[in-house]
Design a binder for this molecule. Structure first.
Ligand code: SF4
Ligand code: SF4
Length: 439
């Protein structure tokens, strides 16, 4: 079995043992407020199409996409709309949200399976995906119908399903692949039917061999889908690392994957595409891993979008100990949470709770020029020099050193023996340069 990989990267402690054997359970709270953001995606926020006092049902559209790059938003709960207001989300920003009082009934809109979906045209399938409000569920939140509508669809050679799940502790994609491999394959076949010349690749790290075996069994009769094994290394699931490992094509910040003939989808996104086209269902839930050494009952749960994270923790994982650090997403690229009264969104892959905040406890010292950050960097840039340029706010030097190629993976900070916060400096400088460019 050949095992594919990329240059650079690191090997952090996996932490997956807490939840990898926990089957996906369901979490549907019986009461409380749901806060459903109208902006869970890159692009303009959806426009509310319900008003305060309306009763809404599960799967009812409550926000309409407001531009080409935007996405519909649907209710994940039945109840009364209490407010339409700005509320805080995981990144600390306030965004427009629809606030619904959960009546505990989870009463659904009427919908029927599309039994004849195989006869649908490409346009009909794309319209169903658009209508379902599907966005990339690996965190980026790019509207999926836009990703699936490149200018030259005939130039797409590969649809790559990202089953790497290289971030430590996360097991939601692993459980989906293990428990629903046939749905992942059927979802991929739907996407492949939109592109005349594309082959399908499902790429999975070699620490999930049982998922690889199940997926391979499901594709044994498919002549244009391959399940490829990736070497377990972070950030193997980063878009550029994944495309390079599976196709040997190189992506940089000047191009989109479609420019080099590739489209990449997250596992849960493929699952949502299946639901939209086959079941006529919008995206209103996702799988969330709750784990870490401060969690009493680690697990993987289907959680409705809009559910309160604090209530979710109290009702499922529970605090075993006081947590110094709580993260939404993985420990390498996730967001530290300082306020837990925020909603689960389409991009919430995990809630991690740790007794100690090891990163804040580290005192950075002087660079010893060991070069480890350079060897670890998957973008083949020089993190130590970039961080120095960033700390001096030297934009010319930063650009000369190709700072915009940083994918913010955190590998350099992780590996640095001097505990320098390289990623943070580079990320801040990048953000400033890009926002000045936009002005
Ligand atoms: S410089 Fe950027 S891409 Fe390179 S290791 Fe650091 S965070 Fe990752
Ligand atoms: S890993 Fe840290 S100490 Fe080593 S060269 Fe990079 S910044 Fe300097």
């Amino acid at each position: 079995m050949s095992v594919l990989t990329f240059k650079g990267g690191v090997h952090p402690y996996s932490g997956k043992e807490y939840t990898k054997n926990k089957a996906i359970d369901e979490y549907f709270p019986e009461n409380g407020l749901f806060v459903i953001p109208l902006s869970q995606h890159i692009g303009s926020p959806a426009t509310p199409i319900v008003k305060v006092g309306d009763r809404v049902l599960v799967n009812q559209k409550i926000g309409e996409a407001s531009g080409f790059i935007s996405a519909n938003v649907h209710s994940s709960v039945s109840g009364i709309v209490k407010a339409i207001d700005n509320r805080k989300v995981a990144n600390g920003n306030k965004v427009p949200c629809i606030i619904i009082e959960n009546d505990g009934l989870y009463e659904k809109t009427n919908s029927m399976d599309n039994e004849n979906y195989l006869e649908f045209s490409k346009e009909e399938k794309l319209e169903l995906i658009k209508e379902a409000g599907i966005v990339g569920m690996g965190g980026a939140g790019f509207p999926t119908h836009v990703k699936l509508s490149p200018p030259k669809p005939e130039n797409i050679d590969y649809i790559i399903v990202n089953g790497a799940e290289c971030e430590p502790y996360l097991t939601s994609d692993y459980r989906r692949m293990l428990e629903n491999p046939e749905i992942i394959v059927e979802g991929l076949k739907i996407v492949l039917s939109l592109f005349d010349n594309a082959k399908g690749i499902i790429a999975v790290e070699d620490n999930k061999l049982d998922a690889i075996v199940r997926l391979r069994k499901c594709v044994s009769k498919e002549n244009n889908i391959e399940v490829k094994t990736l070497f377990t290394k972070y950030p193997q699931g980063g878009e550029r690392s994944l495309i390079y490992a599976t196709t040997k094509r190189c992506l940089d910040s000047s191009k989109l994957p479609a420019d080099i003939g590739c489209i990449v989808h997250n596992i849960d996104t493929i699952y949502a595409i299946y639901n939209a086209v086959v079941k006529n269902l919008p995206l209103t839930t996702r799988v969330v891993t709750i784990t870490g050494d401060a969690v009493r009952y680690p697990g993987n749960y289907i959680v409705p979008v809009g559910a309160d994270i604090k209530q979710f923790i109290d009702d499922t994982g529970e605090f075993k100990d006081k947590a110094e650090k709580i993260i939404s997403g993985g420990p390498m690229m996730g967001m530290a949470l300082h306020d837990l009264n925020i909603p689960v969104t389409k991009g919430t892959s995990a809630i991690l709770m740790f007794k100690k905040d090891e990163v804040s406890a580290c005192k950075p010292s002087n660079c010893i020029n060991c070069g480890r950050c350079v060897n670890a960097c998957p973008s083949r840039i020089i993190p130590s020099r970039l961080a120095k340029a960033a700390d001096k706010n030297n934009e010319d030097e930063f650009l000369k050193l190709n700072g915009l190629e940083c994918i913010e993976c955190g590998s350099c900070s992780y590996i640095c023996p001097a505990k320098r916060q390289l990623t943070q400096s580079i990320k801040t400088m990048k953000k400033n340069i890009l926002s000045n460019k936009r002005k």
